[in-house]
Structure formats: structure tokens, C-alpha cells
Design a protein around this ligand. Structure first.
Ligand code: ZN
Ligand code: ZN
Length: 138
């Protein structure tokens, strides 16, 4: 038998296949289970969301992803799957809020604006007034 120091807590343990001691291994497995549960309920969860929600170290989650024990969507995927809550259309990166430009305009039209163009102008004015208008300009 080979004694080794646990790579997590430094305790001496009887090294078999792992480089962490049985206690740390158990702890890690428990955290992994929690992460898997969390991901089952929150498929779109981002790495940092899990770190916050479950109080798990980021490197651990990254390790599990590498070991393919959990599947995390990447930031790119997450951008791609953002959908308009009104019509289900995929939102663009530039879309602010939870609904698409078309639905935003439709809502404004209902409020009595003359045309989509006019509605857009109205909205831009409002957003500018609120200081929330992030049009990409360099
Ligand atoms: Zn340990
Ligand atoms: Zn929409």
C-alpha cells in the first residue's frame, strides 16, 4: 500500500486510484450530485450561477465538465438559446430584455403608435431618456 497526501486537504491516506482521500472524495461526489440535480432543474444554468447557487469552487465544476460528468452550456450556447418570451423567436445578442424587437414594436403599435418606424423612434427616445439605450457605436 502506498501512502500519499490528499491533493485537496493534505491528509495522509492510502492511495488507491485517486489522488484525494476518501473523505474528500465523498464530499466531491456529494457536490457533484448537487450540481447534477441543479442542472436537471436549470438546464441553462451558467457556471457562475452554479458556483453562486451551490457554493462550489469554480475549478471543481470545470473539472467535472472536463471529465464529462456534467454538461454545461457555454456562454455562446446561452446567447443562442435566449428566446423571446412572446413569440419564442431566438433573441439576438443585441436584443435588450426578454422580448424580440418585433414584439416590442407590436406592443408599441397597440399603444397607438402610427407605424413600426415611428414606434421604434418613440422607443429610442424613451430609452435614451432613461439612459438605457445601448446602441453599439464606436
Ligand atoms: Zn482529503
Ligand atoms: Zn417576439
Amino acid at each position: 500500500m502506498a501512502l500519499a497526501n490528499c491533493s485537496r486537504c493534505g491528509r495522509l491516506f492510502n492511495k488507491m486510484h485517486r489522488d484525494v482521500c476518501p473523505k474528500c472524495y465523498e464530499e466531491e461526489e456529494e457536490l457533484l450530485r448537487q450540481t447534477q440535480d441543479y442542472l436537471r432543474d436549470n438546464r441553462q444554468a451558467h457556471l457562475f450561477e452554479i458556483v453562486d447557487a451551490l457554493d462550489i469552487e469554480q475549478w471543481m465544476i470545470e473539472k467535472w465538465v472536463k471529465e464529462k460528468r456534467i454538461n454545461l452550456i457555454t456562454t455562446e450556447d446561452q446567447k443562442a438559446v435566449r428566446q423571446c418570451t412572446e413569440c419564442g423567436r431566438k433573441l439576438k445578442e443585441t436584443d435588450v430584455g426578454a422580448i424580440c424587437k418585433t414584439c416590442q414594436l407590436k406592443k408599441l403599435m397597440k399603444k397607438g403608435a402610427q407605424s413600426p418606424k415611428a414606434a421604434e423612434k418613440e422607443e429610442e427616445k424613451k430609452e435614451e431618456a432613461r439612459g438605457m439605450y445601448f446602441k453599439k457605436r464606436d
